[in-house]
Design a protein around this ligand. Structure first.
Ligand SMILES: Nc1ncnc2c1ncn2[C@@H]1O[C@H](COP(=O)(O)OP(=O)(O)OP(=O)(O)O)[C@@H](O)[C@H]1O
Length: 738
């Protein structure tokens, strides 16, 4: 073989001699390299066409032989294989790098404070905020250019031009039209963020006419809240523009904005924004008339129900939402099943609406951003399975332009930081009804006097005793918290809700008595001077099974006045409005999301049943604000876990307290349950809520512990079904079913 090749080379006239040495391997190697080298040279030589053909034929043959004959192929240098291998590795490396970068972006976006130049990946390159790295404080104007006067109006409205941490994150993404599911704590400025994003948006010219921002909110009250804020800001803006005492042209250059690009181009509020909610026939008709006159408002705010009503009765030509630039959903998780999210038997109206609206969008348009930007705000109790489900089941997002805000992964599904802020303490009161001998004697006594008859009329034949529920000892071991929250068969929300529903199906009369016990308990509590409840205005939160007027009527017994919440009456400012002489504001727990009650310090919750689920619990507690603006500062949500060297997690900041709320800054929640009904499952539900809320601070309002609580019997009802194991770094653990 070797000799044959040598002959070929000689006959091609390219070489005359080839060094042959005694070592076989050396010959192979040397020959291989030399052959290749000479082959290349021979191709380069200017031979006659015929000679070249012959040359090529021979070269090809040689190459074939080279490939076929292992003897002359150097054992470890197969160039083609090597090349393939390299290409593969390069590809893999590139994919790995892209993955790593994406992960880095995703992680960093959770804590992003602005534009980080170093992370040059697709999503971040889209972010247009070009912040000076040395600048720590960003203002609204860093995110929204061309909105000078509007931002000035917002500044007047909020008393500040500094965004909250949550707002910084969501505004950063919106500058690049990046979609998000944004997790935010109570009072982090979520609602205001959406309002600003809608009002400061300049519609892409290429999109043509249409509704620019569709905002979907849970309740009628919330639509009214959006209406109130948007209308006020718009009016203030119009007034501001009227008062600027310089000619229009100069005014524009002075402000360095193009006025036509701002919302001032809309001639009136109806052109700028419209608000849809279910109401009486006249109001609904009025809403339709406004749409008919102004079919393309810049902003459309609606509840899912009302928009579905309109789309099904009037069709999509009536309301042009087929070409929106942004879809913003406030408190998305409160509109779906809070436990199973989309995996529920019933499709939630908001899901139906999003399916429909997003199908309507014209994806084939040839402008740069055909897919609308979508932002959902969600509460801090949401976990990763929400994003996973939406990814699996829905075509809503363009995932290439999606970055979540906040951490959806958490060790053991416990929150990384508190979700019930530490400006709130909770006292759990148990009410024991005791037969009141004096009243029952009077009732039984056939020979009652007229006076005693009068006295017993309308009075219960029981009195009440109040006790503190035994506070939960959280301990400092994270494994115990996880065990208690997730790993017991009977200690699950689904199990508890079934149990609770059975009780809710009881006869009306039984329920009424239960309710009466709770209110009587509150009346007794209210008398206790040391709690100072008589000097305060209180928020009364009640469950669906009673209505506000019932609660108000019962509360008359305290000789203080109550008012059932009505947004239109300006009840958000109930606690700071000195003109309002009522003492109690009464509201259903489902109506609470997104309401801001400035000055609120004390909440009374009527029974476990009022707390619908974890997210509702966070919402109730999140109504108490420690800041005059109505925000809750970030440091009120401290980290829950402190990972020590041995991988054990120790309690970072929260402890059980047995005080009557000595911290004057703290708000109080009085949760009232009837000892008559309160069983292990109720207690366990609370324990899980308290742990998952971030080890809620507890206080003891009554100073007397409940009688007869058997801690061992309770513990043995909720035994963990799983064990787990820590990895060295203390973060990871593995569940093993026992
Ligand atoms: N950047 C800001 N500067 C000052 N005040 C603000 C700012 N953002 C919002 N606020 C005010 O803080 C209060 C709460 O804001 P907002 O309702 O947006 O919070 P939220 O996160 O939606 O609260 P919730 O827990 O009710 O959902 C409002 O009165 C609002 O006007």
């Amino acid at each position: 073989m070797l000799l044959r090749n040598l002959r070929i080379f000689r006959s091609s006239g390219v070489i005359s001699t080839l060094p042959i040495t005694a070592t076989k391997d050396y010959i192979h190697l040397r020959q291989f390299h030399t052959s290749k080298h000479l082959l290349k040279r021979s191709r380069d030589n200017k031979l006659s066409k015929k000679a070249q053909q012959e040359e090529n034929r021979l070269i090809d043959k040689l190459l074939e032989d080279t490939d076929a004959d292992d003897e002359i192929r150097p054992p470890s240098i197969d160039i083609r294989e090597k090349k393939k291998q390299l290409a593969l590795e390069k590809g893999l490396m590139k994919a790995k790098m892209t993955r790593e970068l994406n992960e880095q972006v995703r992680e960093n976006m959770g804590v992003i404070r602005g534009y980080d130049k170093l992370l040059k990946t697709d999503p971040l390159q889209r972010v247009k905020v070009n912040l000076d790295d040395t600048k720590d404080i960003q203002k609204f104007s860093d995110f929204f250019v061309h909105c000078g006067p509007l931002l000035r109006t917002f500044k007047n409205h909020l008393g500040s031009d500094l965004p909250t941490d949550f707002q910084r994150k969501i505004f950063t993404l919106s500058t690049g039209q990046l979609s998000t599911i944004a997790k935010g704590d109570s009072g982090s400025g979520r609602t205001m963020a959406l309002i600003m994003m809608a009002m400061c948006l300049n519609r892409h010219r290429a999109r043509g006419p249409g509704v620019s921002t569709l905002i979907i909110v849970k309740s009628n009250d919330l639509v009214l809240k959006y209406q109130q804020i948007i209308t006020k800001v718009y009016q203030d803006l119009v007034n501001l523009m009227k008062t600027i005492p310089i000619p229009r042209e100069q005014r524009l250059s002075f402000e360095n904005i193009d006025e036509e690009e701002t919302i001032l181009k809309y001639k009136n509020i109806n052109e700028m924004a419209q608000f849809l909610y279910r109401s009486d026939a006249t109001t609904e008709l009025k809403q339709q008339e406004i749409i008919a006159e102004n079919p393309l408002p810049h902003i459309l705010v609606s509840t899912p129900h009302r928009l579905l009503d309109l789309l099904s009765t009037r069709g999509m030509n009536f309301l042009k939402i087929n070409n929106v630039q942004q879809i913003l959903v406030d408190d998305f998780d409160t509109m779906i099943d809070p436990e199973t999210y989309l995996d529920s038997d019933k499709t939630a109206p908001v899901v139906l609406l999003l399916d429909y609206v997003l199908k309507l969008q014209d994806y084939n348009r040839k402008h740069r951003d055909p897919h609308p930007m979508i932002c959902f705000t969600v509460s801090s109790s949401c976990n990763n399975s929400l994003i996973e489900q939406i990814k699996e089941e829905k075509q809503w997002f363009d995932w290439k332009k999606f970055v979540p805000i906040g951490s959806f992964e958490s060790p053991g599904s416990l929150p990384i930081h508190k979700s019930v802020p530490d400006n709130v303490s909770l006292g759990s009161v148990l009410v024991l009804p005791v037969i009141d001998e004096t009243v029952s004697e009077n009732v039984d006594n056939k020979k009652k006097t007229r006076k005693s008859k009068k006295k017993s009329k309308g009075k219960n034949n029981f009195k009440v005793e109040l006790y503190d529920m035994t506070p939960f000892e959280y301990g400092s071991d994270m494994r115990t918290w996880i065990d208690k929250s997730y790993r017991t068969t009977e200690g699950h929300d689904a199990y508890y809700f079934k149990h609770r529903n059975k009780r809710l199906n009881a006869a009306r009369k039984v329920k009424d008595i239960g309710f009466e016990i709770l209110i009587s308990g509150f009346i007794e509590l209210h008398k206790r001077k040391e709690l100072g409840l008589k000097q305060e205005k209180l928020l009364f939160v009640h469950p669906d099974s009673v209505n506000g007027t019932q609660v108000r009527d019962f509360l008359k017994k305290t000789k203080r006045k109550g008012k059932v919440f009505n947004f239109s009456d300006g009840d958000e400012s109930f606690f700071v409005d000195d003109q309002n002489k009522n003492d109690f504001l009464i509201i259903n727990s489902s109506a609470l999301p997104s309401l801001t009650f400035n000055g609120l310090k004390t909440i009374v919750v009527l029974g476990n049943e009022t707390i619908k689920n974890m997210s509702n619990f966070i919402t109730i507690a999140g109504r108490i604000r420690n800041d005059k603006k109505g925000l809750i500062s970030e440091d009120r949500f401290p980290e829950l876990l402190d990972v020590s060297e041995n991988g054990q997690r120790s309690l970072a900041s929260s402890t059980t307290k047995n005080s009557n709320n000595s911290d004057s800054d703290k708000g109080r929640i009085f949760l009232i349950n009837s000892l008559f009904e309160f069983d292990h499952y109720d207690r366990n539900y609370l324990e899980r809520l308290f742990i998952r809320g971030g080890l809620v601070d507890q206080f003891s309002p009554c100073g007397v512990l409940e009688p007869g609580f058997d801690q061992d019997a309770y513990n043995s009802t909720f035994v963990p079904d799983y064990t787990f194991q820590y990895f060295n770094d203390g973060h990871e653990f593995q569940l093993d079913e026992e």
